[in-house]
Write a protein that binds this ligand. Structure first.
Ligand SMILES: [Zn+2]
Length: 239
């Protein structure tokens, strides 16, 4: 069996097969209230020779009887719960040139995603605010005004998505103002906000950094060629 896979440590995309994957099942019942269950543990090791990190996850399934022409056997039924054992959070490693406070908010938003999607959305909102202030150098106001002030600097659909992070993050940040108006944020919704933060880090910080690197290389190339040209026109003659 093989499948395409992205390593959460080095971000490399690869195809993993039985050489990179292991799994084991623990069946138990002991007259527990849910009946026969299967705890499946899976590990995948990154094939990238420079990484070789491994991911460890556990999934709890119902274990149900399936009847066929060949008799009956137990198969995995519906998934009850999943745990990320290593790494425990879905946070992607971010480059050193991203400001520390932004990295910290991003990491925390990822680590609290399962436990409290609402708190995660609030942190994603704060992370976004940090990015707008730092990257676009906007004057600190409230987030609504800060987002307004970059309206002509980003693509319209990006701008709309940014405004969604503000609105959803607000649900967590200001819920204490009116406790009768409880709006829930689920894990999927909060993970969409994290996905947007990752996309903007890529589009803003990583692109800017790579652009600078490329231009610096071209500049260096120009200087090297100048030196070579000068050496050709004034060759050093041996005495
Ligand atoms: Zn890797």
């Amino acid at each position: 069996m093989s499948k395409s896979w992205q390593c959460p440590f080095c971000n490399n995309h690869s195809t993993v097969n039985n050489q990179n994957m292991s799994s084991g099942d623990l069946f138990f019942d002991n007259e527990n209230k849910l009946g026969r269950l299967n705890l499946k543990i899976e590990s995948i090791t990154c094939p990238n020779p420079d990484c070789r990190e491994f991911v460890l996850e556990a999934h709890l399934f119902e274990s149900v009887i399936k009847n066929s022409n060949f008799g009956s056997s137990y198969v995995d039924g519906s998934l009850i719960y999943s745990w990320k054992l290593h790494p425990q959070s879905t946070a992607k490693p971010l480059p050193d040139y991203i400001p520390t406070a932004i990295k910290a908010d991003y990491k925390e938003a990822c680590s609290i995603l399962n436990l409290s999607p609402k708190a995660s959305a609030t942190l994603a909102r704060r992370c976004l605010q940090g990015m707008i202030r730092n990257f676009w150098e906007v004057k600190p106001q409230n987030l609504f005004q800060e987002i307004e002030s970059i309206k002509d600097k980003v693509e319209p659909d990006t701008w709309e998505a940014i405004d969604v992070v503000r609105k959803v993050g607000n649900i967590g940040a200001h819920m204490e103002k009116d406790i009768n108006q409880i709006v829930e944020v689920d894990e999927n919704e909060a993970s969409l906000l994290i996905g947007l933060i990752e996309m903007l880090i890529e589009e803003w910080y990583v692109s800017r950094y790579e652009r600078k690197q490329r231009l610096a290389q071209i500049k260096q190339l120009g200087q090297d060629k100048d030196v070579q040209r000068k050496m050709k026109s004034n060759p050093v003659t041996p005495n």
